[in-house]
Design a protein around this ligand. Sequence first.
Ligand code: FEO
Length: 404
Amino acid sequence: MYCVRNVTEDLYWVGANDHRLHLFENIHPIPRGVSYNSYLLLDEKTALFDTVDWSVCRQLLENIEHLLDGRPLDYLVINHMEPDHGASIEEILIRWPEVKVISTEKSFMLMRQFGFHVDSHELIEVKEGDTQSFGKHVVTFVAAPMVHWPEAMVTFDTTNGVLFSADAFGSFGALDGKLFADEVNFDRDWIDDARRYLTNIVGKYGPHVQLLLGKASGILDQIKYICPLHGPVWRKDLMYFIGKYDKWSRYEPEEKGVMIAYASMYGNTEAAAQALASKLCEKGVTNVWVYDVSNTHVSQLVSESFRLSHIVLASVTYNLGIYPVMHDYLMHLKALNLQHRTFAIIENGSWACKSGDLMQKFVDEEMKNMTVLNERLSLASALNDSKAVELDTLATAIVESVNA
Ligand code: FEO
């Protein structure tokens, strides 16, 4: 049975939702599922924009067959070749062998690498600024390299203002019928998953997202719809989401606030993290979020690190090093290129306490444009009254920095 929604005149969402997949890219938990968006334009010629993950290919095919109602599929536009969108290309080519495939040179190369038999079909290789008419609708192609793979492009329909934005402006979360961002309370129910998606999937490529936003800025008044490959379609308050993407890709925090990420074996470092959280609130900074790195998925830690301005690293010393899970979290922040944050450090060790120096060295030497506050809380096994002044001094330094 088909399951489609009309986006705007001539254009339909023909994608599908997936609640079965536990780990997106086999690494990021998606408890609210994910959508794979594909769009079908019914003009004088018919055009499909991107396909879907193999797991939901059957739904895509039923959707297309229903809407085509016997018409041929004339064009297949591939904006992004990663398999969560490109996996069903071969099946489309088998069902509609006359379809002309439009994509970039690198994308065709990837299709061949993935084993698709594209060369027996008509291929139209496009580059920045090329246009294509489907009848009433004329689209222009815009290169979007590294958003999020090198072959990526976005397509802008100059007739109705639809931007097919590929991975940009996407979000984790299944749509479950609600296609448009204005049909949900996005800022309450979706923004955390949108941030977790962008920062973990495309976070490393902030400058490339900035490049794309720069290209879009010239035609902002013409963009009426943003149709991403995951998550809701945007037709209202576009600047709300564009503003979020701008902040995330510039590595600027969304909010002044403090994330306390702690690594604790027996609860003593955790107790220090909680004591600091209370002190911060007592001193007036209440946008404080405490996370145990051992039981919070690193994709969530990354997302919160992009949201907040200040990060407290509280770690026990383990095998004379940083606690492995804390180290893994830091490695993720480095890989995703996070910048412009202020760090504070709490270290613990029953003997040979090393974690503080090592975390400071990591932030100073492995990451870019970070500040580490001089004040540090050092614990020998557990927090006790003798550390009250150190704790208070650290809290004061953080509060002053947040309020600066
Ligand atoms: Fe949703 Fe980069 O693919």
